[in-house]
Design a protein. Structure first.
Lengths: 342, 311, 358
């Protein structure tokens, strides 16, 4: 097995406010191999975005990465680097694209200028050469008429094109890892298809790894080879994409899959996960999902489950791994009884 | 006797502050006005400011009970420009009047004039701004051009012009004049808020329910507009106080012998080197009041937004 | 010819509804063009039915929804609701009609007044139409909150204290308060997480069954629409390009655009074979739509030719209860002669597409 490109170990990112401590990311560990596409799935409040920001050390006060966390890129511990060295990593070895390209791009500079800025920040390249590379990148990401388009401002481009520009900016220096935080959520479905295809093309060309964060299981099924499911600041399941969809283990994963309406499969009623996502200020005791789980029993309330090995490369944070017979006796989750709906 | 009255006044002030403080620390989870009060109490400067304002208003309201002497009574000439002493806490002015009592009564007038004038300004400015913002079109353009025209004239010049034309001004006339010259910025502010609220989806929602325009203004526009208005109003009181003092200083405002902080300062200005106490004490009172209103207004801004929760 | 109507009299009937937004330019702010947000749409909605209206951003579906309720004044066209000519109504009668036609918004945060308690927001409709006052109104508010799955005590809380899904429930309760017959659901679940979406969709369906409501369900997520709608209309650049029963549309999309839309949906199944039709380019601006068929620059129909750029295709009946706007799909009333006159080189055919994904 090759050495991992990125190795995250026990990442904890806490936000300390006057209302208490929000444990947004509470002990997350995973690896990303070179040339691998990993998906992180979860809903709002699960900590996936905070995780990605932590990887690039973009967390601002009152949040901070707790001591004891380790993030290693090709062997180098990113958390021990000084600011200057970290800056050299951002955009260069690890790049990030965001959900809202309109807010991530600077409205007062042309897209060409913003693209050209990337290599200029990291090396001594001349302005002319940087511009040439910018135009080249616009062509690579599929923007028609790149020479003219480079002189446009972000607001003159459509959402899909802006996202392509963002991808271009991220790829300017051929990073080893691209973190894509919900890159297509704000886009129409046909444009989403284009962007996902573009990302696949780029991966094929540059052998870059991608960490794709999304709430859309369909996107994950298509574009990734390994999936991490997050809930309440933790990883609750991790598996190869085929295994995850063929045999989801954690009840939350199952619930997510059942809650999605699928084109071509009409059902009477969508299966629902009752209750709401808990607050990061106050994670429930024991298993954080137990109040919404149809299989929970006493152990789940008192004992916080570790990540059990289910199969090859498949782990699940659920006591059903050691007491699988409990699956035969589902009941109404406690959250459904107390009648608190989302 | 007097000491007892002062003690009573002091107790009243402490009681009011304590009650407000208690109201400002509600059990966790309350919302609405009490939560706003709580957020307000989190700013120490704002708290001090409110305490100062309570003190000033209570003391000046109770002036007739708390003053040591008659503020307009001219004592013997020989008592003029005496330094502060036990009998005359702030000394006497050129005419032999007790400065302490004059400051007390003067504060009463200045503070109430400022409050009433600002109320007029807020009401007129808000109505003007809502009408202009909500109706839009040519009416809006016309109304705002009128505001622009008045804003182009420096306020103090305007006040002096009006004051001299109608001198001497009674107190009520003074209040009206000060009020009617202070509403322009408020109307601009209100109009801007109305424009932004008008397009918000919650207004579309109200229309979809079948609400009439009047109902929409009353129920949705007005409450959402009031926050910046209140903030601006507290800051506005500060400037009205200064303006009134300036007018009285110039002799156009409150006329002799009725004391106002401004004309007491005027009386003391020729004697600044020798009888500095005459101008100093009303000056300090003026500064404290203006400062207190400014700090109170700042705190109000954060406190009144119901969405400012620690989320 | 009633487009896609049921045999009963339709509750809502739209004909050639248009909304153009003028573009002003120049120093004197003259009108230099128009954004053709809605460019002549027609359909019926029967009582108790859900019509889905799908399309991507900029297709005009949100504008259409609001124009139907006259929250935006239509430029032209006819709207008939329950027999009444909606466009001809004066202010007062229109206000009264609003009881019967309600709307639920996409953003549950901005559509609720942050300074009003949730109970006050729900109660607003009761007050406006004088349906209940005082204690009776309070009771009704509590009942409505319970019906949408919230607790009655929540009436005294403010919107910011609730989650997105709960706020959306408040919006639904508010719309229900006035006892409407028809609700425009403008992307009601797009801003919500998947598990919350499911809860709200189930709620909307339950309410529909309980109260006999008709919905115009506007969305860009085709899976959601397929689940909840009886019939679906597909919009592109302000026009309806396809209209059919939900099952028919998903089984047999006739329009190239619909086919592309359906194939673009990421399928949560890594084993599925993906023959995706990826469209090139972006959606053109509604201020400057292409000539003829709005979709022709991106169309991959095998028979596409110059005539498509010249002739605006009418929405026609192609299969039983299945309308589509394509001159290359038989049957069509644009004759071959007419097409040739416009530069056609390929004859229209009757192509039955095979569903792209498993």
């Amino acid at each position: 097995m090759t050495a991992p490109l990125l190795s995250v170990h026990d990442l904890r990112t806490y936000f300390r406010t006057s209302a208490g401590v929000a444990r947004a990311v509470d002990g997350v560990s995973f690896d990303i191999a070179p040339n691998e596409s990993v998906g992180v799935v979860g809903e709002s409040g699960c900590g996936k975005s905070v995780t990605s920001l932590s990887l690039l050390r973009l967390i601002q006060r009152p949040g901070s990465i707790e001591p004891g966390s380790r993030i290693e890129l090709e062997g180098t511990d990113l958390l021990s680097l000084d600011d200057e060295s970290m800056r050299k990593i951002r955009g260069n070895r690890i790049a990030m694209i965001f959900q809202e390209p309109m807010t991530a791009l600077n409205p007062v500079f042309t897209v060409g200028a913003q693209l050209a800025e990337v290599p200029r920040v990291h090396s001594d390249i001349s302005r002319r050469d940087a511009w040439a590379r910018a135009v080249e990148m616009l062509a690579v990401v599929g923007i028609p008429d790149p020479v003219e388009r480079a002189k446009s401002y972000p607001h003159q481009l459509s959402g899909g094109m802006r996202q392509r520009v963002m991808i271009g900016m991220a790829l300017m220096l051929s990073p080893a890892l691209l973190i894509a935080d919900e890159p297509t959520t704000a886009l129409d479905v046909t444009i989403q298809a284009q962007i996902l295809e573009l990302l696949a093309e780029m991966r094929a060309k540059t052998a870059m790894s991608v960490l794709l964060i999304t709430h859309d299981l369909g996107v994950v099924a298509e574009s990734t080879s390994r999936v991490i499911v997050m809930y309440a600041g933790e990883i609750v399941e991790q598996a190869g994409v085929r295994d995850l969809f063929a045999q989801p283990h954690h009840p939350y994963t199952e619930g997510l899959m059942a809650a999605m309406p699928r084109a071509g499969e009409k059902r009477e009623r969508l299966t629902v996960i009752p209750g709401t996502v808990p607050s990061p200020y106050d994670w429930p005791s024991g298993c954080r999902f137990h109040e919404r789980c149809p299989f929970a029993w006493e152990r789940c309330e008192s004992e916080h489950p570790p990540l059990y090995q289910i199969g090859s490369g498949h782990v699940s944070r659920c006591h059903l791994a050691v007491e699988p017979e409990r699956r035969a006796t589902p009941h109404e989750p406690r959250a459904a009884r107390t009648g608190v709906s989302a | 006797m007097l000491v007892l009255r002062w003690a009573a006044a002091g107790t009243l002030i402490v009681a009011l502050c304590a009650a407000l403080w208690r109201a400002a620390h509600p059990p966790r989870g309350t919302t609405g006005a009490r939560a706003a009060l709580a957020r307000y109490a989190a700013h120490p400067s704002a708290v001090l400011a409110v305490a100062a304002l309570i003190t000033l208003y209570v003391l000046s309201a109770l002036a007739p009970l708390l003053a040591t002497h008659d503020p307009i009574a001219i004592l013997e000439r020989s008592m003029s420009n005496h330094a502060p002493s036990r009998a005359f806490l702030f000394g006497t002015d050129y005419a032999g009047r007790d400065v302490f009592s004059r400051v007390l009564y003067g504060a009463r007038i200045s503070l109430s004039v400022a409050l009433l004038a600002t109320s007029i300004a807020v009401v007129v400015g808000t109505l003007w701004g809502i009408t202009a913002g909500f109706c839009g079109g040519k009416l809006d353009a016309l109304m705002m051009r009128i505001v622009d025209a008045f804003l182009a004239i420096p306020r103090i010049v305007l006040l002096i012009a009006v004051g001299t034309l109608w001198a001497p001004l009674s107190i009520s006339a003074l209040i009206i004049v000060l009020g009617l010259t202070a509403w322009f910025e408020t109307s601009r502010l209100v109009r801007a808020e109305v424009l932004s609220i008008k397009d918000r989806e919650m207004v579309v929602a109200a229309r979809a329910l079948g609400a009439s325009d009047v109902a929409i203004v009353k129920r949705h526009v007005l409450p959402n507009v009031l926050t910046p208005v209140f903030v601006a109003a507290t800051l506005g009181v500060a400037s009205v106080i200064i303006n009134e003092a300036a007018l009285s200083f110039l002799g156009i405002g409150v006329a002799d012998p009725t004391p106002s902080l401004g004309n007491i300062i005027r009386d003391g200005t020729p004697y600044l080197a020798s009888a500095w106490w005459v101008a100093l004490f009303p000056g300090i009172t003026l500064v404290i009041t203006a400062l207190a209103y400014n700090l109170a207004g700042d705190g109000l801004r954060d406190a009144m937004d119901p969405r400012q929760v620690d989320r | 010819m009633t487009i896609g109507a049921t045999t009963n009299a339709p509750l809502l009937s739209i004909r050639d509804l248009t909304k153009h937004f003028p573009i002003t330019g120049g120093v004197m702010r003259r009108v230099v063009g128009a954004v053709r947000a809605v460019d002549g749409i027609s359909f019926d909605v029967a009582p108790g039915e859900t019509l889905g209206l799908v399309g991507e951003s900029g297709c005009g579906k949100t504008t259409a929804g609001r124009a139907i309720l006259r929250l935006i004044e239509p430029t032209s066209g006819e709207i008939f609701f329950d027999g009444a000519d909606v466009r001809a109504l004066d202010r007062e009668p229109l206000r009264k009609l609003r009881r019967s036609m309600q709307i639920v918004f996409q953003d549950p945060f901005s559509s609720l007044d942050p300074r009003m308690t949730v109970g006050a927001s729900v109660r607003e409709g009761l007050t406006i139409h004088k349906l209940a006052e005082g204690r009776a109104a309070d009771a009704r508010v509590r009942q409505l909150l319970e019906e949408v799955g919230l607790r009655p005590e929540h009436a005294s809380r403010y919107p910011h204290e609730f989650s997105g899904g709960q706020r959306q429930r408040v919006g639904i309760a508010r719309a229900l308060a006035v006892e409407p017959k028809f609700i425009v659901c403008d992307e009601p679940v797009s801003a919500l997480d998947v598990s919350v979406q499911a809860q709200v969709i189930n709620l909307l369906q339950d309410l529909q069954r309980a109260h006999g409501l008709a919905y115009l369900f506007i969305a860009h997520d085709l899976s959601v629409v397929e689940h909840i709608a009886d019939r679906v209309a597909v919009m592109y650049l302000g026009r309806i390009v396809e209209l059919a029963a939900a099952d028919d549309l998903y089984a047999l999309p006739l329009m190239p655009y619909t086919q592309a839309l359906l194939s673009a949906i990421p399928v949560p199944d890594p084993e599925a074979k993906r023959e995706r039709i990826v469209l090139s380019g972006d959606v053109p601006s509604p201020a400057n739509p292409p000539s003829g068929c709005p979709f022709h620059p991106r169309c991959q129909h095998p028979q596409r030719d110059a005539a498509c750029a010249a002739i605006v295709p009418p929405l026609e009946l192609k299969e039983p209860n299945h309308w589509a706007a394509c001159i290359k799909q038989l049957p069509t009333r644009i004759t071959w002669a007419e097409q040739q006159a416009a530069g056609a080189t390929k004859a229209p055919e009757r192509i039955i597409p095979v569903r792209a994904t498993a």
